[in-house]
Design a protein around this ligand. Structure first.
Ligand code: NAD
Length: 294
């Protein structure tokens, strides 16, 4: 397949490389020449501009920072590809922009999918991402072989925007559950309860969840996690904050009550404001520990 890949950053670069390794013709483009050069060194052909990249593509994949940029890139490129090309946006963006991107693609006689990912940079490099996909059956069927190369699972969640909806619901729950796990371990500590004992109970009881069982925020407890590596990411708290903010935009627009999602957003906002980037989201346990009970 001829694939255009727009946005060759931390995620897009290794995803494009995996497609090349499986024998696909990938023509990439990135505004930052240093990211384009890195992908080129790993085997991805680089176009002189984005228009050239999409001109003969069967599938155009975008992996970009936010909804505004995705919409401007769609606007720039939809008229430059052959009719019937599938535009697959793998960026994490707001649901409203994702739906707008589908609308624009349909007007231009293109097929389209919103297909954000879970799994981070390690999953992108290892080809083990999970894709959450919204859009038509036809577009999904055409793109599925590529999802199978770049990831280990692709769930077709439903109509336009469903992929982004699934992503922010999942990550809102993750943000809330990590704070819950952190509070439980901090309370245990204050009560003089051994943390390993609490892990042994919770991980096999009704409080069990991914944030405890797989990604425990306490060093030396449970399987290896960023807590055992000085809270280096992992999943950066700044990216968790981005996803929580997207969840709150969507909650506001749809009228869903998400009081814990709202509170988790405030807590991560304060955490990122104080610590900047480069800290795993599970490090919020240490921030909560410094707070006094009001
Ligand atoms: P990144 O900043 O490393 O990469 C984005 C790339 O897009 C950059 O190289 C940038 O130069 C390029 N770009 C920006 N505007 C462009 C344009 N108009 N034309 C061409 N290229 C352009 O970001 P990333 O970490 O690769 O994340 C990409 C997306 O994936 C984001 O939406 C992010 O939320 C999502 N995501 C990231 C992770 C992660 O762990 N990094 C995990 C899941 C999802």
């Amino acid at each position: 397949m001829n694939i255009a890949f727009i946005g060759l950053g931390n995620m897009g670069g290794p995803m494009a490389v995996n497609l090349v390794k499986e024998g696909h013709d990938v023509l990439g483009f990135d505004l930052m020449s240093q990211n384009a050069d890195k992908a080129k060194a790993a085997g991805v052909a680089i176009a002189a501009n984005a228009e050239e990249a999409v001109a003969n593509a069967d599938i155009v994949i975008t992996m970009l920072p936010n909804g505004k940029i995705v919409l401007s890139v769609f606007d720039q490129l939809l008229g430059r590809a052959q009719k019937g090309t599938v535009f697959v946006d793998c960026s994490t963006i707001d649901v409203a922009s994702a739906r707008k991107a589908h609308e624009m693609a349909q007007k231009a006689n293109m097929l389209s999918l919103d297909a954000p990912v879970s799994g981070g940079v390690g999953g992108a490099a290892g080809g083990t991402l999970t894709f959450m996909v919204g859009g038509s059956d036809l577009a999904f069927e055409k793109t599925k072989p590529l999802f199978d190369i770049m990831g280990q699972k692709a769930v077709h969640c439903g109509a336009d925007g469903s992929g982004q909806s699934a992503k922010i619901c999942n990550n809102m729950l993750l943000g809330i559950s990590m704070i819950g796990a952190a509070e439980a371990f901090n309370l245990a500590d204050a009560l003089g309860l051994d943390k390993s004992a609490l892990f042994d109970v919770v991980s096999t009881s009704s409080g069990s969840c991914w944030s405890v069982n797989t990604y425990c925020p306490v060093p030396g407890v449970g399987p290896q996690s960023p807590a055992d590596n000085g809270y280096l990411p992992g999943f950066d708290a700044a990216l968790m904050l981005k996803d929580l903010k997207l969840s709150q935009d969507a909650a506001g627009q749809s009228g869903a009550a998400t009081p814990l999602g709202e509170h988790a957003t405030k807590l991560y906002d304060a955490f990122v404001e104080k610590n900047g980037v480069g800290h795993d989201f599970s490090g919020i346990i240490n921030e909560l520990k410094t707070q006094s009970r009001s």
